[in-house]
Ligand binder design. Sequence first.
Ligand SMILES: [Zn+2]
Length: 258
Amino acid sequence: MATGPPVRPTPIPGTTFSQSDSQDCWQHHGHAFLYSHPYFRTVLFDIIRTMTYEAAADHLAHLGQDFHRRGWALGTSGNFSAVIEREPLRLAITASSVDKGRLTAGQILEVDSAGRGMEAMPGKPSAETLLHLAVVRVTGAGAVLHTHSVWSTILSDYHNGRGGFFIEGYEMLKGLEGIGTHEHREWVPILENSQDMRALAAETEALLRENSRLHGFLIRRHGLYTWGKDLTEAARHVEILEFLLESVGRRQMMEPQY
Ligand SMILES: [Zn+2]
């Protein structure tokens, strides 16, 4: 049995800690007694949540700068979140109107299940917080990433009349979680853009409930939403989907009926 003061494992970028994970961890390290006491349990969860928030904020800031550099989140566009607690639901999410090329951990806010910022944090949560919450609720994702790339903007317009389009036959599809062959057909649905975030969040929930196998969706002339079990998987999905969208877009420029 471990001795000495309780030590939380070093946060691994991309890892989300749920209460049950934390419980297993503490018990594994021989602190079942401390955990079983309501007072200490509250204190421990507070410490864990704070540390998880900090790890998530660092990772989100790094991703924002990376996506900006690659042209997927120029200016203040895009927003990124990670689940830091499930019950009650808490997200770390980018503040509204911050330049993604200079995104810092201090511009990542903590919000509750209604999208309200937690006290003592400056800034306003992203306008699209309700969409992130909708994705997390329906898919169980641990992280949600939203980019405004040129190709997601163009293809969401070009294919809007059909409600979406398939991507098929590309080797890079295997980078999507659960896909093992290039023969996979990935449906990419398109929602009409709106500034009414409650309505758009409701449409997002309905879309995801009807299509449980999606890895992402587009909003018309706006951008891409994708997610993953943690930030590492969600970031991989951004890379894979942005590659595929650019490939499909460039191919259609050569042969529009393709
Ligand atoms: Zn957006």
